[in-house]
Design a protein around this ligand. Structure first.
Ligand code: A3P
Length: 288
């Protein structure tokens, strides 16, 4: 299928047609945020489904029912996707959602509410590798071509959800104050109980060590890989073919080392640094 058939264009972003439509985008614009809503925002492949596992456990004091009975995309739906309007009435307060949208596309009610945001970032070199494999398994995304071609598209912002640097800039430069918390995939990977604890405190939850450890166990890569409600095995293979590449693929830090040439590292790093020149924040990774 051609890109025109696979994607729709929205404010300069390419969005997969399979999961987004004019109707779903109108639904977002009119969506009414509640003060106790929690939104996990990510650029794709930065830890979205991980947050779909972590958030319901934190919000329900470690009760496993949501992660054992509701598929991830329905329990913590994407704000911008069609499923939101379908499952909306079943969401229990406090509601959790995820989004790949930039800050500029948040609806008016988001700004009027006190809804909180957890922004998860991942080393973009690992993001692009993960995205590359996901394009191989997902029939609703364009064919990735070679890794070299894919890398160029990533840097030019010609893939779904646009440029990584634009996404990061938009969410690092909000006026949300203490409504937003920043965390990295790498922090979560290095010490998941500590990451769960800081997210819980941010959400006003004072969970015991026992509950924190239980959450971390259920959100480990291996446990999630075996959870049919979270590993996308319920999605027909015609959409996501796990034989080509499983959604929960490797779940590690630094897989980029197996994919980038030295020239690609130089080009990638200098492009990203140039685009972030003059920004008030610094990235937590050395991209060289
Ligand atoms: P890899 O392709 O590098 O394995 P998203 O959910 O934003 O699309 O991100 C998917 C990436 O997050 C995949 O990366 C996936 O394996 C990883 N991931 C999901 N759950 C994880 C977990 N519990 N621990 C570590 N990585 C996880």
């Amino acid at each position: 299928m051609s890109c025109d058939e696979l994607y729709l264009q929205y404010h300069g972003l390419l969005l997969p047609n399979l999961t987004h439509s004019e109707k779903s985008l109108k639904f977002v614009r009119e969506f009414k945020f509640e003060d106790d809503d929690v939104l996990a925002v990510t650029f794709p492949k930065s830890g979205t489904i991980w947050m779909q596992e972590i958030l319901p456990l934190i919000l329900n004091d470690g009760d496993l029912t949501p992660i054992q009975t509701i598929p991830n995309y329905d329990r913590i739906p994407w704000l911008e996707e069609e499923r939101l309007s379908v499952v909306m009435d079943q969401l229990k307060s406090p509601r959790g959602m995820v989004s790949h949208f930039p800050y500029e596309l948040m609806p008016a009610s988001f700004h009027q509410s006190k809804a909180k945001v957890i922004y998860v970032m991942r080393n973009p070199k690992d993001v692009v590798v993960s995205f590359y494999y996901f394009h191989q398994s997902a029939s609703f995304l364009e064919d990735p071509g070679t890794f070299e071609e894919f890398l160029d598209k990533f840097l030019e912002g010609k893939l779904a959800f646009g440029k990584w640097t634009d996404h990061v800039k938009s969410w690092r430069n909000t006026k949300l104050g203490d409504r937003i918390m920043y965390i990295t995939y790498e922090e979560m990977k290095e010490d998941l109980p500590a990451a769960v604890r800081s997210m819980s405190s941010f959400l006003g939850k004072n969970l015991s060590d026992e509950v924190i450890n239980k959450i971390a166990y259920h959100c480990s890569f291996n446990t999630m890989k075996n959870n049919p409600m979270s590993n996308f095995s319920l999605i027909p293979k015609v959409y996501i073919d796990s034989d080509k590449s499983p959604f929960l693929r490797k779940g590690i830090i630094g897989d980029w080392k197996k994919h980038f040439t030295c020239d690609q590292v130089r080009h990638f790093s200098s492009t990203i640094k140039k685009e972030l020149e003059g920004e008030s924040f610094t990235l937590p990774w050395n991209l060289d």
